[in-house]
Design a protein around this ligand. Sequence first.
Ligand SMILES: Nc1ncnc2c1ncn2[C@@H]1O[C@H](COP(=O)(O)OP(=O)(O)OP(=O)(O)O)[C@@H](O)[C@H]1O
Ligand SMILES: [Mg+2]
Length: 298
Amino acid sequence: MRLRLRERAAPPGPPTTWGGALLEVQGVGVTLGRARVLEGVDLTVEPRRWTAIVGPNGAGKSTLLRVVAGLQKHDGRVLVDGADVGRLAPRDRAARIGYAPQVPVLPDGVAVREYVLLGRTPYHPLLSSARDADREIAQDALDRLDLGPLADRPLRTLSGGERQRAVLARALAQQPRLLLLDEPTAALDLGHAQQLLELVDELRREDGLTVLSTLHDLALAGQYAERLVLLDSGRVVAAGAPGEVLTSSVLARHYGATAEVVEGPDGLRVHPVRPARPVRAGEPCPSVPSADDGPAQP
Ligand SMILES: Nc1ncnc2c1ncn2[C@@H]1O[C@H](COP(=O)(O)OP(=O)(O)OP(=O)(O)O)[C@@H](O)[C@H]1O
Ligand SMILES: [Mg+2]
């Protein structure tokens, strides 16, 4: 069963062009407490493209997604199809941007079906209930994420991976033009991780969704995203095609990891290599030849 993205109703407010959104992040900075968590972040995601933000723990990836989702106070500007996200009304923003957070706050006492149906809220007149078309779209999203048999279960009874799929189903039921996914595969088994990423890629290719995700799994990031942006300590330190960003020296420098990166028939493969001794971030990687070059420039 296919998500009926082409039959969607027009979201409230201009513009109403279909297809993926153009995302422009310009000079974004964020301070949390006393920490400067993001500084001078620029990036552009063209319509119908998939960019993955990668980087070590604490680099600022989730903070950046929250900024783009319109949920985090920041310096600089975020434009979606030329509209400043910070100035959009929440309903208009929700009709353009779907966001699946890394650590979602889930309502208590709600069945999975009702939770996914909440994704349709931006399309209802205020205080009106869901229409049959909304229920069909929510059901399609449930089916696509293998949640049909769980639809009437209370959300709180789901496993971690099942919940993660429910969060994505809700974001897809929103029929956004820009989808933000924060570590979407973190709690998923290998099969469901692949299915989820294939589904997102199909929506991108066939329905024109624009995707900005974070992905800790660099092998998956290299296979699915067309462009990677590497954040370290809140700054963009490399950006480009996966082969330009994922190199052994970059992984040593920014992750303190020893790994080999090889070109496979279906894209890059990243193999962790057990180091002779632990490597600290910033040191050259001892067990992997560092013939490869520095990072691509942002
Ligand atoms: N309220 C806060 N006050 C101070 N620092 C904070 C606050 N919230 C987050 N941070 C810090 O901001 C930094 C960026 O956090 P963020 O969650 O964006 O990182 P991340 O790249 O998504 O990491 P991970 O890979 O672990 O998900 C971290 O160092 C975090 O400790
Ligand atoms: Mg994070």
